[in-house]
Design a protein around this ligand. Structure first.
Ligand code: IYR
Length: 222
């Protein structure tokens, strides 16, 4: 993927400041409407929507442009069931043995538990994998840089794209996700990063009454 040529930045379009302000403010209003949802409808999602959102995620910046990610979009019911079974096994151990008192306290307001029906009900589970290294065409091992940062940025852009398209998501991370390599036949250079659960909310879906920190509490202008 070595690129040794540079191109003029013809994609950049300078906007009038008034237009910039309007867009920044409108986008904030739209993103405030994003909620993590745990109750999904089984209504199918058109694959083209998922594909375009994945294309958006793939525009993310990454260390040395190595794009150290893969996105496995699962809609097959049998595969979703296998993922649910494996995840619930991990969650049962977690909630009954591994969880610490502090962690339990931190999670209390979300009312989560070991049962994960959304893994079967939601139309798409996007299993996101990070690649700490890859093999070039001649079989040479290539180390990847800033892998977690890169995959985190791409995942954030994917969540944003899916929200913008009119879907809801759940960022789901059981404490051990290695079962995903086996179920999805992923190579050993790929490490599960997250399961992004995607679909429409169920009609009765509730979200926790949580607040985001105020700008004053998260930022400093110097
Ligand atoms: N993976 C568990 C526990 C859990 C952990 C955090 I940190 C959360 O923000 C939510 C849940 C589960 O999904 O139930």
């Amino acid at each position: 993927m070595a690129e040794n040529t540079f191109l003029p930045l013809t994609d950049y379009c300078k906007l009038p400041e008034s237009e910039m302000k309007r867009r920044a403010s409108e986008f904030y209003v739209e993103m405030r409407k994003r909620h993590t949802v745990r109750e999904f409808s089984d209504q199918p999602v058109d694959r083209n929507i998922i594909e375009d959102c994945l294309r958006t995620a793939a525009t993310a910046p990454s260390g040395a442009n190595q794009q150290p990610w893969s996105f496995i979009a699962v809609s097959d019911f049998t595969v979703k069931r296998r993922i649910r079974e494996a995840a619930e096994k991990i969650e049962k151990e977690f909630y009954s043995k591994e969880i610490t008192r502090k962690w339990r306290d931190a999670l209390k307001h979300l009312k989560t538990g070991p049962s994960k029906p959304f893994l079967e009900i939601a139309p798409y589970l996007i299993a996101i994998f990070s690649q700490s290294y890859s093999y070039s065409a001649n079989g040479e091992k290539t180390k990847h840089y800033y892998v977690t940062e890169s995959v985190g940025i791409a995942t954030g852009m994917l969540i944003t794209a899916l929200h913008h398209a009119g879907l809801v998501t759940l960022t789901y991370t059981p404490v051990n996700m290695r079962f995903l390599n086996k179920i999805l036949s992923r190579p050993s250079n790929e490490k599960p990063f997250m399961i992004l659960v995607v679909g429409y909310p169920s009609e009765a879906a509730l979200v926790p009454a949580i607040q985001k920190k105020a700008l004053e509490d998260i930022s400093v202008f110097i």
